[in-house]
Design a binder for this molecule. Structure first.
Ligand SMILES: Nc1ncnc2c1ncn2[C@@H]1O[C@H](COP(=O)(O)OP(=O)(O)O)[C@@H](O)[C@H]1O
Ligand SMILES: [Mg+2]
Length: 362
């Protein structure tokens, strides 16, 4: 004998005979079901959007007088909140049944095969699946928020260290250089010491250069001063200078302003892509294309190197690629990495410029 329990169920059914049967089955298995009933889509939508009570289960007949099939499922799913939707239908169509599951339906049952027990089982399983899905969704949201927070903390920290290195340490070394220069001019210093002082000044100069490079790698000043596109152009020219790989960059900008978080994320994705090319691709040519329109920013990075094999591409523990995907998803961007072994790699990043309002609520 199945367990009894409370359930708050909305039955959306226009056929009085089917309704009576479903109600009878429900009362057979559940001690005190709370049942509501509507017989068309408009009423269902009203009840679901206005109801003070939340439903656990929606039993949906697939052919209502004012809406049927896929559009009906899509509309009901939109307003179903936390309720599991079970479709009851007279038509046996396995492929439609499968498709409806991908629309977010919990179960798809043929009316001919309906028994009180199969209906009850479906309700229990669907409620449980929905509970697990909601818990998973909450935990994914939490993980996403954490990743976002982590990225921004890392960026702030890099900025802080870069400034400290540049401003504090850099100033001190410049001071040291000036003192050495005035010491050199001092008449009291013996001529033996002159070359030593000169060597120290050269060392200090080199250290200042190195510090600048380190600070810039941590957080390119250009990114904050001149914005994303200038920073990427700099990144590409540095890449070409350091690796000797011929690099072509095409820039088409109609809409130059991009918010800070998006800009930093795009920059970091490009940085990782170019680092990977330098480290792994053995390429002789790299091409970068930046397009920024009113609605969309697109970035393409392709190399003619050895390509990434499918297993590596799908390996979720590969940190650089993982981080690129994570950053893309945090700014609501689409990232596609396509690679043909032996032929090279194409990376495509697309960001809707007006689609970022809800990043914080993700
Ligand atoms: N442009 C590329 N060309 C060839 N292989 C690449 C390219 N980008 C990434 N790979 C391969 O994918 C692997 C994973 O990259 P990534 O996650 O950045 O890790 P890492 O760079 O630390 O090895 C690399 O080890 C390399 O084998
Ligand atoms: Mg890498």
């Amino acid at each position: 004998m199945p367990n009894k329990g409370d359930h708050n169920i909305l039955i959306i059914e226009d056929n009085p005979g089917d309704l009576a049967l479903v109600e009878e089955f429900l009362f057979e298995q559940i001690e005190s079901p709370v049942l509501s009933h509507v017989s068309n889509f408009v009423d269902a939508k009203n009840v679901l959007t206005n109801a003070a009570t939340a439903f656990d289960i929606i039993l949906l007949d697939l052919s209502l007088p004012d809406k049927t099939g896929t559009p009906l499922i899509e509309e009901i799913i939109k307003v179903s909140a936390n309720a599991a939707v079970i479709v009851l239908t007279g038509y046996s169509d396995l492929s439609f049944g499968l498709r409806s599951l991908s629309l977010g339906v919990s179960d798809y049952i043929l009316k001919d095969e309906l028994t009180s027990l199969s209906l009850y089982k479906s309700i229990v399983y669907s409620t449980e699946r929905k509970r697990i899905a909601l818990a998973l969704e909450t935990s994914e949201k939490r993980a996403r928020r954490f990743a976002k927070q982590l990225n921004s903390v890392v960026e702030e920290e890099r900025l802080r260290i870069a400034r400290e290195i540049h401003d504090e340490f850099g100033q001190q070394l410049s001071g040291l250089k000036m003192s050495m220069a005035s010491l050199k001019k001092n008449n009291g210093v013996s001529s033996d010491l002159q070359p030593v002082i000169e060597a120290i000044v050269t060392d200090v100069d080199n250290s200042i250069q190195t510090l600048r490079l380190i600070a810039n790698e941590l957080r390119p000043a250009l990114l904050d001063k001149l914005g994303l596109f200038a920073a990427i152009e700099w990144l590409v020219s540095e890449f070409e200078r350091k690796t000797g790989i011929q690099s072509k960059i095409y820039v088409e900008i109609d809409q130059p302003s991009i918010d800070r978080t998006t800009g930093i994320s795009i920059f970091r994705i490009c940085q990782e892509a170019l680092t990977n090319i330098a480290k792994h691709a053995a390429a002789s040519l790299v091409s970068i294309r930046l397009e920024s329109g009113v609605e969309m920013i697109k970035v393409y990075i392709s190399d003619n190197g050895k390509g990434i094999d499918t297993r590596t591409l799908q390996n979720s523990s590969s940190m650089g690629l993982l981080n690129m995907r994570e950053r893309a998803s945090l700014i609501g961007a689409e990232l596609n990495i396509n690679s043909v072994p032996g032929k090279g790699t194409n990376i495509e990043l697309k960001i809707k410029t007006n689609g970022n309002e809800d990043i914080d609520s993700r």
